[in-house]
Design a protein around this ligand. Structure first.
Ligand code: 5GP
Ligand code: MN
Length: 394
């Protein structure tokens, strides 16, 4: 027995033992409780993220219930919204208009004017241009649907209004590692685009009859722009099944593709010529090429928002180039876009060196420095990746 053996001789031993027990109770136990709390948080987080090959019935049921209940919905997407962000958001916007439900689509900044033919485009609220109106709308929302982003940083200043808001939040997105920023999360990294997931959701929750030709046009635009017209991110059969279904709503595929890609100004094509001719550097030893454009370059070609969209893909057409980048000078930082072929993770470079992220083959970020310094930084990190850049990636 413990007390029976307690003698003066082994008093020191028991004192030490008691000391350790005390130590455990005082130090380790709170740590275990904290750890356990975080474990439970994590479990909660993973339970929320439905990583399946298709939409789950529980997400559909719960998200539909929130939409049915809501009277004032805010649809929200990321800064510098692309075709997928705008197409997915407008699909929801037009869906709710058909349901006679009040909804507002908010984006943090600038719109791609070449997508203005999509229904509802002119109703989009650009937060940066009207902050107080944006804040007011968010404040009165009873449901926020967030689409096509995985991290609060992608919301820039809108995050301060959205994240503390107590109303239910739904996130639908296809980027890796979604952050725990919503109550219901549908994340499918294998999906070509958020638009594809939005179609799955609308069909599962409200049936095919809820999809109008207008909604189908918006969703098709999202899929086309996020896959470079089916040249990447689109090896999954589901993408083509959904595109087949979208065509059944009577959309004119050729017309939409023409509107997306053949709707630029003459200046934009000349800027592309200038970029490739004079502002592209090819580093064959690293299988890498990049374009860099200053404010002056863009001013000389009457730059309009969206004009440099797609430029970053051109260097990849050079034999042996598996990694490409474009650096665009902004007021106090440099915007960076990355594209890669095969296994090279462009998103890793974006995340590790340019405060960004994205998909394996299409990523972006920014660097708080001049164009010149950004380029120097980019060239200086390439040796780190040489091993992966020079192995045949395709
Ligand atoms: P883009 O090069 O067309 O601007 O962006 C390509 C992809 O990179 C986007 O789909 C987005 O996922 C990601 N991306 C672009 N910019 C950023 C950024 O600043 N931060 C993060 N986390 N991802 C970005
Ligand atoms: Mn997307």
């Amino acid at each position: 027995m413990f007390f029976y053996k307690f003698t003066y001789k082994n008093k020191h031993f028991y004192q030490t033992l008691l000391y350790y027990i005390h130590f455990f109770v005082l130090i380790i136990k709170p740590l275990l409780i904290v750890n356990c709390y975080f474990c439970l948080q994590n479990i909660n987080y993973y339970l929320k993220i439905i990583i399946l090959n298709t939409i789950s019935s529980s997400f559909t049921k719960n998200a539909k219930a929130e939409i049915d209940k809501a009277q004032n919905i805010v649809i929200l997407s990321h800064k510098n919204p692309d075709g997928d962000a705008l197409g997915s958001g407008l699909a929801f916007y037009n869906l709710f208009a058909n349901f006679n439900k009040k909804a507002t689509f908010i984006v943090p900044n600038q719109l791609l004017v070449y997508l203005k033919w999509m229904d509802g485009f002119n109703d989009i609220i650009v937060f940066e241009n009207n902050k107080s109106k944006g804040q007011e709308i968010i404040k009165s929302a009873d449901l926020i649907i967030m689409i096509d982003f995985n991290h609060r940083s992608r919301l820039s200043q809108v995050a301060d209004s959205v994240l503390p808001h107590k109303c239910p939040k739904i996130l639908i997105d296809h980027h890796p590692d979604p952050e725990n920023i919503a109550d219901l999360i549908y994340s499918r990294i294998s999906s070509s685009s958020t638009a594809e997931m939005v179609y799955e959701f609308i069909e599962a929750a409200f049936g095919k009859d809820a999809v109008s030709k207008t909604i189908a046009e918006c969703l098709f635009t999202g899929i086309v722009t996020d896959t470079g017209t089916f040249s990447y991110n689109s090896s999954n059969q589901i993408t083509f099944k959904i595109v087949g279904e979208l065509l059944s709503f009577g959309i004119d595929k050729d017309y939409i593709i023409d509107k997306i890609y053949n709707n630029y100004s003459e200046y934009r094509l000349r800027l592309l010529g200038h970029a490739i001719n004079s502002k592209m550097k090819v580093l064959h030893e690293y299988g890498t090429a990049y374009i860099y454009l200053s404010q002056k370059d863009m001013d000389s070609y009457n730059f309009e928002q969206g004009d440099t969209e797609g430029f970053v893909n051109f260097p990849l057409s050079i034999k042996g180039i598996v990694f490409s980048a474009i650096f665009i000078e902004k007021d106090n930082y440099t915007k960076c876009s990355f594209r890669s072929k095969g296994d090279f993770p462009a998103n890793l470079v974006a995340k590790e060196h340019f405060s960004g992220g994205g998909h394996k083959n299409a990523a972006g970020g920014e660097y708080k420095a001049s164009l010149k310094k950004t380029i120097e930084q980019f060239e200086s990190i390439l040796p780190e990746y040489k091993k992966y850049l020079t192995v045949k990636s395709l």
